[in-house]
Design a protein around this ligand. Sequence first.
Ligand code: AMO
Length: 424
Amino acid sequence: MRILARDIAGYIGTEIVLNGWVHRIRALGGISFIILRDRSGFVQLVMNEAPHITLESVIKVSGIPTANEKAPGKVELLVRSWECISSALPDLPYHVNGRITKQNLETILEQRVLSLRNPQINAIFKVQATVIEAFSAYLRSQDFTEIKTSKIVSSGTEGGTELFEVEYFGKKAYLAQSPQFYKEVLVASGLERVFEVAPVFRAEKHDTPRHLNEYISLDVEMAFIESEKALIELEKQVLAHIFESVAQKHPHELTLWNAAVPDSESVFKSPIISYQEALNIAAEAKQSRFFDITPEVERLVCEWSVKEKGTALVFINEFPSRLRPFYTYPLDGSLTMSFDAIFRGLEITTGGRRHHNVHAFIESLEKFGLKAEQMAHYLSVLNYGCPPHGGFALGCERLTARILGLTSVKEASLFPRDRKRTTP
Ligand code: AMO
């Protein structure tokens, strides 16, 4: 019977089988100590021989679990027989059992096949899976329907310069920057409340610790809201549920990263400040003027919030319309009912209420240099009865990175796509 490493203490004295990877080998006289790794953790194997085996080979061992105070987990396996199922080449281009603080990010990303085996790196994706699961579970519990929309589209929604073009049967098409348009179609379809977890594509040229060219967007859209405040309240609930789930399921993974998630109380008391207030807070902290929410402003605003409000999550609303896409609902002549969420110094969310009145929408298009004829698809949503609505999108890699304190969002992507990288 195959047993997992984490369970062997329950089988002391009984012969069991373990499968896994050779993580470490240490030979002492005629005895070898091998650390075997499986998805649940580690176990020490004791062999009365020096086996011909390489690190990272996959093996099957049978033996008897025996208590030993000095063994990791206080139980080790006295091996009776073993076989190599798949051997690894002796020269590993990446040391799976090394400390990742000593490895540079390029090597980690280049050698993804091996680096993903490092328990600390592997932990990132266990936490990320829970982020996605908790996001979806909370929204389902609130009567949201999960949607999956096409990623091949005929136009962008978030700004024309950031589109990847694809040749589509002799026509030009693009990879979707956001499911924005489809979220709105589906709200108006009568579903009212929808969410999507899917990749989106940004042809942005920057190579920074906060940008990927493909990332997972956690999207939400809902009908019958009056302002962005209802969305902020919903996002607080979603984030509180995500943090609670991560804390409950991943104490070990959080310890590996020396990380902790905020408690629900601090999430619920996160402040909402206006765009102008955010600039003022940063200006006061630095005794200098700021003209946009730059990464430095995001950091300063979070520092202010930790000190004054006891939370590293801040919502910024009332963005000027010149900084928001054409679909954003106005608050007055120059401001909008939109918001960003900043968590531990990094923007993790953008959202807001959208236009639902076709006449107001057409009027606003001019400001963006757009004509109603170019927007036929958007008009088709607004022309046939569209409720007031809005939504937001959380960047999955950014949220994962901020939970664990990673230095780059690339670390939170299994196979990151940046300007240089299309492999592995
Ligand atoms: P926006 O373009 O601000 O808004 O994106 C929403 C969130 O997605 C994440 N994000 C990124 N993550 C990694 N790499 C990138 N290049 C990148 N760009 C954005 C961020 C950001 O806050 N349609 C709107 C959302 C809405 O209003 O519903 C949109 O896509 O965390």
